[in-house]
Design a binder for this molecule. Structure first.
Ligand code: FE2
Length: 376
């Protein structure tokens, strides 16, 4: 029952019409950006970078920009109820609004995607200040999520025009998070393939990996997933849809509580998952628990690894392998009260896949959490 396909070379011979340099930032709309920023600094080790709000002339919202190595998070909340950010928060709770993509040419990115069928979110615009200019544009994707294209080659400032540098006296140490490895979208029943086609047709992505519901025993909360990657592999969006199983799909639980399609998890890379997760746990980040019997057989499955199994089992870190190497990964519990957005911490040691060998243990763990919430 081998249903996984992996194309290791996703480069095409034709020119990439949407060259991406990486993830520029991820913006969350939250209920209380000031407090959320404190959490992401304290718990995850993000650093204060920039701020926009009433004190800087922005009358209707506050945005805190945090950074850790190559990862930039923006936390935004509105300060009045009749504001689109407030409406978004009322419906979805805290969640990802913007997956911003770093491009060479934001005007061209808009033109290329619009002529291929994108729906406009932000017409191309140029923002300027004394540090130069940032050009931006944006299109809609699944749910109320959007992609903003950011071109910053002529900008030397802290973040972008409209923001001031945020100097804080409170600067908890980083936890070793390095870059965004992938961001996963949850879409509705029978919506995976239409969104796969959207990423293929409109953004020029390729489907590099697929999991169908047979990959996940129907005993467990089933889902189907296809991993979409841009040409250079810097940006990867797995797309999940629920599948029929004996129990309610974890994707369905997400859709019920986010009240639409949206971003399920953000996977961030580290060079030392044992150190990073030890630190995150000490700072209060909660992770899914994996039964100890997982560790009795895991090395038979994945072979020799560099790390000691003891700290991995104590922390609940999962191990998987593919033809190119192995990976270590762990999943946080949802980072807000709704069972929606969570984080994955991943360390790749050659493997370019997504941990299919861990689905069973992982989904059993997710189901225990779903059951505790009364949603299974
Ligand atoms: Fe993931």
């Amino acid at each position: 029952m081998e249903t996984t396909t992996l194309e290791t070379n996703v480069q095409t011979k034709t020119a990439d019409f949407l060259p991406l340099l990486g993830t520029d930032y991820i913006e969350l709309y939250v209920g209380n950006a000031k407090q959320a920023a404190h959490y992401y600094k304290t718990a995850f080790g993000f650093q204060s970078l920039a701020y926009a709000g009433p004190e800087t002339g922005v009358r209707d919202r506050a945005s805190y920009v945090l950074v850790q190595d190559k990862i930039r998070l923006i936390l935004t909340s509105s300060i009045k109820s009749d504001h689109p950010v407030a409406q978004h928060h009322k419906k979805h709770g805290d969640g990802v609004k913007v997956l911003a993509l770093w491009v060479e040419d934001a005007y061209d990115a808009y033109e290329q995607t619009m002529k291929r069928g994108a729906k406009s979110y932000m017409e191309p615009q140029t923002l300027t200040d004394e540090h130069g200019e940032v050009r931006m544009s944006g299109i809609h994707t699944f749910g109320e999520t959007v992609h903003v294209f950011v071109e910053r080659k002529n900008y030397k400032g802290t973040f972008m025009p409209g923001y001031v540098e945020w100097k804080s006296h409170y600067n908890p140490k980083p936890t070793g998070l390095r870059y965004v490895d992938h961001c996963v979208g949850n879409v509705g029943w029978n919506q995976m393939n239409p969104w796969v086609k959207f990423y293929e047709d409109v953004l020029g992505f390729k489907n590099i990996l697929s999991f169908d519901d047979k990959d996940i025993s129907t005993e467990y909360s089933a889902l189907m997933s296809k991993v979409m990657s841009n040409g250079n592999g810097y940006v990867k969006f797995p797309i999940n849809e629920p599948a029929e199983g004996k129990k309610k799909s974890q994707v369905e639980e997400y859709l019920d509580f986010y009240e639409s399609e949206g971003v399920q998890h953000i996977a961030v890379a580290t060079n030392n998952i044992i150190e990073t997760v030890t630190e995150l746990k000490n700072r209060g980040v909660e992770f899914l628990k994996i039964p100890q019997n997982y560790y009795e057989t895991v090395l038979d499955r994945v072979g020799k690894i560099d790390e000691d199994i003891k700290p991995l089992s104590e922390l609940g870190i999962l191990i998987d392998k593919d033809d190119e190497g192995y990976l270590l990964q762990i999943f946080s519990k949802p980072v807000q009260d709704r069972p929606t957005l969570f984080f994955e911490i991943i360390q790749r040691k050659g493997a370019q896949s997504f941990g299919k060998g861990n689905f069973k243990a992982l989904f059993e763990s997710l189901e225990r959490e779903q059951e505790l919430r009364g949603n299974l």
